[in-house]
Design a binder for this molecule. Structure first.
Ligand code: WAQ
Ligand code: MG
Length: 273
């Protein structure tokens, strides 16, 4: 599903031209479901699109496609939460972790600039970890990860484990499914995510080795900016990575552990990066 809204650009207003409109991304969602679930899911997607905190869309597109390929089965990333009380503390932690896993200062700077940009994207930016060069084919849209899901049994297990930490909700589950698929892409070194919802201030940083680290207070309340950055290892195999992220069906069918809240020091010293 994708929901968007057209806004008249300042430039066209000023020039009194024929109205040139810009599309603002409101909400998006995707999943892999059995045929008989489709009408229920489509209804949920419409509700979600029309009740979004980013605004009321004037266009909602729902695409339903039959999978042409057998899904790859993977395990979810383990989950932990950073102990943080401010965007300053969270930003510092993220920079430290990214540096430790081999992302250059330049790439970190580019990533934060993109995430702080007013122009939010529908998909993710791809950055080369060494140079910070942006390599996604469409810079306005980004790379949209689709064809991802979770089996019923795995979802039940995940709900139980997240409930013990008081974080059993659809947002965390969907983000974890996405981050697990992204981390399973062999060219991806790490992902950084900030929600574009003004009322949701917990983001995450994830990788195969780090797992899924929830980062509270990644931004201030009311801030509509957000996005996703995938840091890529090399400049070759990019087409392959994009194809995997956008098209390869991947289903989570096993759940790793979900633990509680850890300090920055505990995370940085205990994890094998
Ligand atoms: N593929 C690529 N990028 C995406 C996708 C996708 N399927 N969906 C969203 N994005 C990008 C896009 O630029 C959005 O603006 C940005 O990510 C944020 O998306 O454990 O809600 O859906 O509590 O607002 C993290 C949960 C929630 C943390 C993230 O992201 C937790 C969230 P949102
Ligand atoms: Mg959002």
């Amino acid at each position: 599903m994708r929901a968007s809204k057209n806004v008249e650009s300042q430039r066209s207003k000023a020039k009194k031209q024929k109205i040139k409109s810009d599309e603002i991304h409101i909400s998006g969602a995707e999943g892999i479901y059995a045929g008989q679930e489709i009408s229920t899911i489509a209804k949920q997607y419409i509700k979600r699109a029309s009740e979004h905190t980013r605004g009321i869309p004037d266009r909602v597109v729902i695409t339903i496609e039959k999978l042409q390929e057998r899904p790859e089965m993977i395990k979810s990333l383990p989950v932990i939460t950073l102990k943080s009380v401010s965007p300053l503390e969270s930003g510092r932690f993220i920079r430290q972790v990214l540096k430790k896993i081999g992302i250059s200062d330049d790439a970190i700077r580019v990533a934060f600039n993109l995430l702080k940009s007013k122009k939010t994207m529908r998909g993710a930016s791809l950055l080369l970890a060494e140079s910070g060069r942006r390599i996604e084919p469409d810079k306005e849209r980004g790379v949209r990860v689709t064809r991802l899901g979770i089996s019923k049994v795995a979802e039940k297990t995940l709900s139980g484990r997240l409930a013990k930490q008081g974080i059993n909700n659809a947002r965390v589950k969907e983000a974890l499914v996405l981050a697990s698929k992204v981390a399973s892409c062999k060219q991806v070194m790490a992902e950084l995510c900030i929600s574009d919802n003004p009322d949701y201030t917990t983001g995450y940083i994830a990788s195969k080795n780090l797992g899924y680290i929830r980062v509270p207070h990644i931004k201030n309340k009311g801030d509509r900016r957000g996005g996703r950055i995938f840091f890529l290892q090399k400049s070759f195999g990019i087409d392959e990575a994009v194809t995997y992220l956008e098209h390869k069906p991947v289903i989570i069918n096993g759940i790793a552990e979900c633990k509680g809240i850890f300090s920055s020091d505990e995370i940085i010293h205990n994890y094998n990066m």
